[in-house]
Design a protein around this ligand. Structure first.
Ligand SMILES: [Zn+2]
Ligand SMILES: [Zn+2]
Length: 383
C-alpha cells in the first residue's frame, strides 16, 4: 500500500500559513513600502521619534520583561511595570509571555538538542532565526505550560495570555492609527510605527536565537553554541552576550563589564535605583572568574594537544599546576574580600581587627594579581 507523504518519517510538519503570511506580508511592506513612500513623500520628525520610541519599547518589553523577568526570574518588579511589558510584548507580536517563557525555558534546558530545543541553532541559521515558527514543529506541546507554573500565578501574565489576540490588534493597529490621527499622517504612521517597527523588533529578537548561537566568542563555556558578540549586543539591547547568559542564566545582567553594551541591564538597575525593582540576581564574582579560568585552561589544553611539541606533556602539566594555583588564590582572595566587605559595614569592629582584615585583603589581592599575570602570560603563549 502506498504511504502518504505526510506519514513518512522524513516528512516535514505542515506549514503554519498564518505565520508565513504575517512574516512575509509585514516584511514586504516594510522593505518595499518605506523606500517607495519616502521617494514620494516626506516623513516628519515626530513620526521618526515615535518610531524609535515604539521600537525601543517593543525590544525592551521582550528583553527586560519576557526574557529576564518572566523566563529567568532574574529580578522582581511592580505590577504596573509588568503590565507595560505585557502590552509591549503583544505590540511586538512574539506570542504571549507565558508561551514565550515556556519555549525559552525549554531552550535553556535542552539547548542544541535538535529534537527538544525549540529553536536549536544546530539546525542552522534559517531554522533558529525564523524557520522554527513556520511549520508545526512544536504542535505536540502548544498548550503544555507545566514549566511555567510559577508564571501562571502572575495575574498580568494570565490576563495577557487570555487576551493576546485582542492586545495584538489594538496595539499594532490602534497605536499607529492614534498617533497618525493626532499627528496628521495616518499612512506614514502605519507604515513606520506599524510595519517597519514590527519587522525590526521581530528580527532583532530572532538574531538572539540565530546569530548569538553562531557568531562570537566563548569566554565562559563551550558546553553549548551560545556566543558573546558585541555587535549582536548592539542590535539586541545587550542580549548578544549570550555565552555569559547561557552559562549564568539567572543573572539579571548579560554583560558584566561596565563598558559592554547592555541597556536592558542598565534599565533594570535604574528601576532598582528608583525603588521599582528588587532582588536583582547576580552570580558571585568568584564563580564567574573561575568559569573564565576553566574555559581558558580547556582551550589552551586543546591547542597544546594539537601542536607537535616534544615537551607537550610537560607543558600541559605546568599549565594544570598554574591553573590549580590560580584557583587556590582565587578562593583565598574572594573569601577575604567577603570578610573585608563585611568589615566595612560593621561599625562596632575593633580597629586592630579591621586593620588585620585590610592587610590580609591587600596581601591576597596582590598574590592573586601576580598569579593572574603568570597565568595570562602562559595562556597567551599558545593563544
Ligand atoms: Zn540561547
Ligand atoms: Zn535566556
Amino acid at each position: 500500500m502506498p504511504v502518504a507523504k505526510s506519514q513518512t518519517a522524513n516528512a516535514k510538519p505542515p506549514i503554519i500559513w498564518l505565520n508565513v503570511a504575517v512574516f512575509s506580508f509585514t516584511f514586504l511592506i516594510a522593505v518595499l513600502g518605506l523606500p517607495l513612500y519616502l521617494y514620494f513623500y516626506d516623513l516628519d520628525i515626530a513620526t521618526w521619534i515615535a518610531f524609535i520610541v515604539a521600537t525601543g519599547y517593543c525590544g525592551m518589553s521582550i528583553t527586560a520583561g519576557y526574557h529576564r523577568l518572566w523566563s529567568h526570574r532574574a529580578y522582581e518588579t511592580k505590577g504596573w511595570i509588568r503590565f507595560i511589558y505585557a502590552i509591549g510584548g503583544a505590540f511586538a507580536i512574539q506570542n504571549s509571555a507565558l508561551h514565550w517563557s515556556s519555549d525559552h525555558r525549554i531552550h535553556h534546558r535542552f539547548v542544541d538538542e535538535n529534537d527538544k530545543d525549540p529553536y536549536s541553532a544546530k539546525k542552522g541559521f534559517w531554522y533558529s532565526h525564523i524557520g522554527w515558527m513556520l511549520r508545526e514543529y512544536q504542535a505536540h506541546r502548544y498548550n503544555d505550560y507545566k514549566n511555567v507554573s510559577d508564571l501562571q500565578r502572575d495575574p498580568i501574565v494570565m490576563w495577557q495570555h487570555r487576551n493576546y489576540l485582542a492586545l495584538v490588534l489594538i496595539t499594532n493597529f490602534g497605536l499607529p492609527l492614534l498617533f497618525g490621527l493626532i499627528n496628521g499622517n495616518i499612512i506614514g504612521s502605519l507604515l513606520l510605527i506599524g510595519f517597519v517597527r514590527l519587522v525590526i523588533s521581530h528580527h532583532v529578537t530572532f538574531f538572539i536565537n540565530s546569530l548569538a548561537h553562531m557568531w562570537g566568542s566563548q569566554p565562559y563555556s563551550d558546553e553549548n553554541t551560545a556566543k558573546d558578540n558585541p555587535i549582536v549586543a548592539l542590535l539586541t539591547y545587550g542580549e548578544g552576550y549570550h555565552n555569559f547568559h547561557h552559562a549564568f542564566q539567572y543573572d539579571y545582567r548579560n554583560a558584566i563589564k561596565w563598558w559592554q553594551f547592555d541597556p536592558t541591564k542598565w534599565f533594570i538597575r535604574s528601576l532598582n535605583f528608583m525603588g521599582l525593582a528588587k532582588n536583582l540576581k547576580r552570580i558571585p564574582e568568584a564563580k564567574i572568574a573561575k568559569a573564565i579560568a576553566a574555559q581558558q585552561l580547556n582551550k589552551t589544553k586543546n591547542k597544546l594537544m594539537q601542536l607537535s611539541l616534544p615537551n607537550k606533556e610537560e607543558l600541559i602539566e605546568k599549565l594544570q599546576s598554574e591553573y590549580d594555583s590560580l584557583v587556590l588564590k582565587m578562593n583565598d582572595y574572594y573569601q577575604v574580600k567577603k570578610d573585608w566587605l563585611e568589615s566595612t559595614k560593621d561599625q562596632l569592629m575593633e580597629k586592630a581587627e579591621r586593620s588585620k582584615i585590610n592587610q590580609r585583603y591587600e596581601e591576597f589581592r596582590f598574590n592573586l594579581s601576580r598569579q593572574q599575570e603568570i597565568w595570562s602570560n602562559l595562556i597567551h603563549q599558545y593563544a
